[in-house]
Write a protein that binds this ligand. Structure first.
Ligand code: ATP
Length: 463
């Protein structure tokens, strides 16, 4: 039976002023409409752990709140009801907080209130989910709060805190979530959980490494059984990508991947994916290089580290671009993975004795995020050259510019670029060191046009 929770106020004292105010208003508005409103999911889990002194709260200002609303009588249950309880409360809250934007999603009209600063509250009607076949998208129907909690992934995520009415402060714990939280256990709510939704395998590892928890033994058995049953073929899409983003964006990704590999669960990404020290180093390198060069190459700023790590993970697999597109990676990401044959060609040519101009010629055809991926799979000598390219060679300019060429009497035209490239390569290789030297070299190698002013004649195109 659900037990009253004695110290709600203490729990909420940890929240930001804005969140407290919001929950207070939600409670009052639900009261006024005869609705029951609960705080559910991750926020309850994190608040309890915080209250017990087990974990610091994550970023308070950015804590996402999930509310579930239950009404005085069951809704029609076929999803056709135009105004679920959650939407009623969402709309009322939005009127009270006009600065927040109200988004309404899906057949069940889940409401999301989003404040300009990024605070986000999801408000759903209590509902129940069932899976017509394994790993299929769930069918959803309206349900009670108990059914709503039963459709969740783990007992520690299936706690609900009543926010209003006489039962305000009651913690609903139908599945032993508090005990599991205290013992540090991840437990599924029913035997078929991983089969129904294999992304839960990735969620299990995410919570295990983040919270320092372990799987309870029967949950681990079920997880291994789900993997062994070959479900990996059915996984994919946005939800798996979302979980991978969480994992690869966290500090704990190496532990998480080690664990996924031990469970055999990397097969959900690709049947050939094997976790080993070199793959781990590759992903580490991507993070290090991307962070190091981020301030010098603004283009890198728009690529999250998890995204580049995920691409590095897939890069050498057969059919990597197809896998990437199943995972809904960006078009640019899919293209970077399709460039793998060119990376191999470049790596075959990147010898330590190669003059800088050749290195630049090979690498400048790639955009910077692709260069980072290339570095991630490059052996050490090639990596040194790529590092110098990003650090200095990329930035080396020819000693003369277009303006100088015009001043010297060369008419602007398509060959300008060729001349500037040649000047740049010679500067890179140390053959030209001053603008005066560059002018002399230019006059020797590119004669000024006689009759056709459109194109200066190239005396000698070789370098
Ligand atoms: P975080 O603190 O990392 O945001 P969270 O627990 O809030 O973790 P979300 O992914 O935001 O995780 O999901 C919110 C809640 O929705 C979870 O606590 C869980 O109850 C439920 N949930 C999310 N994904 C699933 C899933 N695949 N299967 C079942 N329940 C899920």
């Amino acid at each position: 039976d659900p037990q009253a929770h004695p110290s709600l106020d203490l729990t909420f004292a940890a929240l930001s002023e804005q969140h407290r105010h919001l929950l207070q208003r939600a409670a009052e508005m639900a009261d006024a409409r005869g609705l029951k409103v609960y705080l559910v999911g991750g926020a309850v889990r994190d608040l309890l752990l915080y209250q017990w002194g087990r974990q610091p709260l994550p970023d308070l200002e950015r804590l996402d709140l999930d509310l579930v609303v239950d009404g005085p009588y069951p809704l029609r249950g076929d999803g056709a009801d135009p105004t679920g309880w959650g939407l009623i409360l969402g709309q009322a809250l939005q009127q009270h907080f006009p600065e927040a934007r109200l988004e309404i999603h899906g057949k069940f009209q889940t409401a999301a209130l989003i404040w300009p600063g990024g605070v986000c509250v999801d408000i759903a009607s209590a509902r129940t989910e069932f899976y017509p076949y394994p790993a299929s998208p769930p069918e959803v129907a309206m349900g009670s709060i108990q059914q709503d909690l039963y459709r969740r992934d783990f007992s520690i995520n299936a706690l609900a805190l009543r926010l209003n009415g006489p039962q305000r402060g009651q913690l609903l714990d139908f599945f032993g979530g508090q005990a599991d939280l205290r013992q540090g256990l991840i437990r599924v709510l029913h035997p078929n959980s991983f089969v129904e939704d294999p992304t839960r395998i990735y969620r299990a590892v995410r919570f295990a490494v983040r919270l320092g928890f372990r799987l309870d033994s029967s949950t681990e058995e079920r997880l291994r059984a789900a993997v062994a049953s070959g479900l990996h073929d059915a996984v994919g899409g946005d939800r798996l990508k979302q979980e991978l983003a969480y994992i690869l964006g966290s500090r704990d990704w190496p532990t998480a991947f080690q664990q996924l590999s031990e469970w055999g669960a990397l097969r959900c990404i690709h049947p050939d994916l094997e976790w080993d020290p070199s793959l781990r180093q590759r992903l580490q390198r991507v993070g290090y290089w991307a962070t190091h060069f981020r301030h010098r190459y603004p283009e890198l700023g728009s690529h999250e580290i998890w995204q580049l790590r995920l691409e590095a993970l897939l890069l050498t697999l057969p059919q990597a671009p197809q896998v990437a597109s199943q995972l809904h990676l960006t078009q640019a990401g899919i293209e970077r993975l399709s460039t793998y044959p060119y990376y191999q060609k470049v790596l075959a040519q990147l010898h330590p004795e190669l003059p800088p101009s050749h290195v630049v010629e090979l690498l400048q055809r790639l955009r910077i995020p692709a260069v980072i991926l290339l570095a991630a799979i490059a052996p050490k000598p090639a990596r040194r050259l790529i590092w110098r390219y990003l650090q200095e060679w990329h930035w080396v300019k020819p000693l003369l510019n277009g303006h100088d060429l015009r001043r010297l009497g060369y008419p602007p035209g398509p060959s300008f670029q060729e001349i500037l490239d040649q000047l740049r390569y010679r500067t890179l290789d140390g053959q030209l060191t001053t603008p005066a030297e560059a002018e002399t070299w230019l006059k020797e190698h590119f004669s000024l046009p006689q009759r056709d002013p459109q194109s200066p004649q190239l005396k000698n195109q070789s370098k």
